[in-house]
Design a protein around this ligand. Structure first.
Ligand code: FAD
Length: 357
């Protein structure tokens, strides 16, 4: 069995590793365009997804930093705690640097006999040369031809990311603040470093301003340095059709969500988990890998991913509305309901396992 993956980002490499582990030949094809390595990007991965990663993809224990608690605050409650999740006895999720995850995957894949990585070639017949094709590249002509119908959400926001360096501190609590400019997250990655993601509404631009805002909201860290700030325009999307014949869209090309809940890549890991099971069933039954797999994958995942996409959007709109109306009734209600431990546990389970539990 031979498949190909178009594009070579994080979703592509993670999927490739999962497939070679199932003894499937994988060709990763990519464009010659040079992407500068951004060392300020981090990803929060939920506990059950880390367990799946370690067991079925590659062991990443050495490069992750475990966090026990998330505390959420809101400007609308005058910086009072809105809710908190987790306790000190077990970890909730882990933070990893994007470039380290890419490096470990790439290094391992290059040693694998089932794996090949080459530039895009002309004259490939995707339906004849490969059993299945996965596409993760937004700029590929196939994306433009077959995967242009989507539900899109423009957030009119930019995400600013950086890493702050600070004095040594016990650093196992992630903090998210719903500020009047948008959500700001402090995500610890060591006792000395914390990743910052600030999604700011209405294009309030300029590094100095962002540094100042980070400083204003930082109450915990004795800052030594704020690294270079990178920015990304935020968009949400969900493809209307997941596949065309034997070609399946994957990763952020399939669904992209607001980073406020740190769930984008977690959704892709859950997709890989399902795909992994569907493929294993076919292998066990001696069935071919063909477009039927794409139909089954879409049937399994599309509704769950869409509910997730909508739920994240709802949270975003909810805090936007509160900010615009300068009313804290909604936050007060969350504070009240979250005191109920079973509601709190349900939120933790959804963030950990998606809609599977
Ligand atoms: C600010 C921010 C914070 C986030 N935080 C979290 C989080 O905490 N938890 C979580 O689960 N998700 C998070 N996400 C989402 C997560 O980053 C994406 O889901 C994930 O990076 C998508 O990977 P991808 O390969 O599908 O897409 P991309 O990385 O966009 O790649 C898609 C395609 O673009 C091209 N490409 C782009 N960059 C490169 C590159 N460097 N090298 C090679 N090719 C490239 C390639 O063709 C590639 O296949 C966050 C997103 C943002 C914007």
């Amino acid at each position: 069995m031979r498949v190909c993956i178009l594009g070579s980002g994080l979703s592509s490499l993670t999927l490739a590793k999962s497939l070679v582990n199932q003894k499937i030949y994988v060709d990763v094809l990519y464009s010659k365009k040079i992407y500068p390595v951004n060392k300020t990007r981090t990803i929060g991965i939920s506990k059950s997804n880390i367990e799946f990663f370690n067991e079925k993809i590659i062991n990443i224990e050495k490069i992750i930093y475990k966090l026990n608690k998330i505390e959420i605050y809101s400007d609308n409650l005058e910086k009072q705690k809105l809710v908190s999740f987790g306790n000190n006895s077990d970890y909730l999720f882990s933070i990893v640097k994007n470039h380290k995850l890419q490096e470990i995957l790439q290094k391992n894949l290059f040693k694998n006999k089932y794996f090949k990585k080459t530039n895009y070639k002309a004259n490939i017949n995707y339906s004849k040369d490969y059993d299945l094709v996965f596409i993760t590249d937004y700029n590929h002509p196939i994306t433009k031809k077959y995967f242009n119908k989507k539900i899109e959400k423009k957030y009119n926001s930019v995400a600013y990311t950086t890493i702050i360096k600070h004095n040594k501190i016990s650093n196992n609590i992630a903090v998210q603040i719903f500020t009047k400019n948008g959500p700001l997250a402090f995500l610890p990655i060591s006792e000395y470093e914390t990743s910052v993601v600030y999604s700011i509404n209405n294009y309030l631009k300029g590094e100095i301003e962002i540094n100042k805002l980070i400083n204003n909201y930082n109450v915990k860290y004795n800052l030594k340095k704020i690294n270079k700030i990178h920015s990304f325009e935020l968009k949400g999307l969900s493809l209307r059709s997941y596949f065309h014949k034997n070609i399946l869209a994957f990763g952020d090309l399939l669904h992209r969500i607001h980073p406020l809940a740190g769930q984008g890549f977690n959704m892709t890991i859950r997709d890989i988990k399902i795909l992994n099971n569907l493929i294993q069933n076919k292998i066990d039954l001696g069935l071919p890998l063909d477009s039927k797999l794409n139909t089954e994958f879409e049937k399994n995942q599309k509704h769950k991913n869409y509910i997730f996409f909508s739920a994240i959007d709802l949270i975003h709109e909810f805090f936007n509305l509160e900010r615009k109306t300068k009313n804290n009734f909604l936050s007060k209600s969350i504070q009240y309901f979250n005191k109920n431990s079973s509601i709190n546990k349900t939120f933790i389970k959804i963030a950990d396992k998606g809609l599977l539990f």
